[in-house]
Design a protein around this ligand. Structure first.
Ligand SMILES: N[C@@H](CCC(=O)N[C@@H](CS)C(=O)NCC(=O)O)C(=O)O
Length: 283
């Protein structure tokens, strides 16, 4: 959504002090493409920040408390909680202009923001649906990607409850033959729309990396599983996801995404919780 989404930006002084040192805090889901979009922007700009990962599904209540919305990512920065990846990037661009993700030229900037919006609406949710649909057949794969921190008895319980989880996910995301066919159509349409430009110029807008490229690469990342993705991706090269990789390979999206990750994903600027920078008050 566009940056003017006040329902997803809330004054949140209590949450802002969460890390104990006034660092921005990113509340996120490790597996998720929209969350990767916000992480990449923070890392690209080298913004020191703390991260709080949640279990998919359980994050909705947290999101409501933080931003008033129901989705992650939520970035708590200064006294604001921002619950939308596009608004998060806009806020980062404003506070940390270098290196820029928005083109300097106004027309190119408009184009990059329009591409970002288009991809947020027309590609991100479809890739998510297809990744879910292809991974649901294999509990180990699904749990390894969606709850990578689950170990021991909690993992055994999750494995036992997996048939219920699968039914819930299918219902929640409306996964059926029709929605899957439509999602494949949209992935192919995005490939056709942008493939020629990417092959010719390497970037979506102008001749350099912008928010448009970051958005496209991060939104398809769970399907591509590039080596630099910062969390476990047991789906990397897995045969169950071959149809999805093939659909993206037709337009060159697969290779282009790997190249963007290799060239621009860079190092994480997360300040780990154990760091002395993150001492809790009084310690
Ligand atoms: N427009 C939002 C979309 C974010 C989004 O869809 N997040 C998902 C996880 S990938 C979510 O939290 N969904 C919970 C829900 O819709 O109930 C953004 O760009 O941040």
């Amino acid at each position: 959504m566009r940056t003017t989404a006040p329902e997803h930006v809330r004054s949140s002084p209590a949450a802002a002090s969460d890390d104990g040192e006034g660092l921005p805090v990113l509340w996120h889901l490790k597996v998720s493409n929209f969350n990767e979009k916000a992480r990449w922007a923070l890392d690209y700009k080298g913004v020191p920040h703390a991260r709080r990962a949640a279990v998919p599904g359980r994050h909705v209540e947290l999101a409501k408390r933080l931003s008033g919305g129901r989705t992650f990512p939520v970035l708590v920065i200064e006294d604001e909680a921002i619950g939308d990846s596009t608004a998060i990037i806009a806020a980062l661009e404003h506070r940390y202009p270098e290196p820029p993700l928005y083109p300097a030229d106004p027309a190119a900037r408009r184009e990059a923001l329009d591409v970002e919006d288009f991809l947020d609406e027309e590609l991100g949710p479809q890739v998510r649906l297809l990744v879910l649909c292809h991974m649901l057949a294999e509990p180990t794969l699904m749990l390894g990607a969606f709850v990578p921190d689950l170990t021991g008895s909690r993992r055994v319980v999750a494995r036992a409850m997996f048939p219920q989880v699968r039914r819930r996910v299918i219902a929640q995301f409306g996964i059926n033959d029709h929605s899957v066919a439509m999602a494949f159509d949209k992935v192919r349409a995005a490939g056709q729309r942008f493939g020629d430009r990417l092959r010719a110029r390497g970037y979506l807008v102008g001749n350099g990396f912008t928010v448009a490229d970051l958005t496209l690469a991060s939104l398809v990342a769970p399907a591509v599983a590039p080596a630099q993705f910062p969390y476990p991706q047991p789906q990397r090269g897995h045969p169950l996801l071959a149809p999805l990789r093939d659909a993206m390979g037709e337009s060159g999206l697969l290779e282009w995404t790997r190249a963007m990750y290799a060239r621009h994903r860079g190092v994480s600027s997360e300040v780990p919780a154990a760091s002395p920078h993150l001492r809790t008050r009084g310690s």
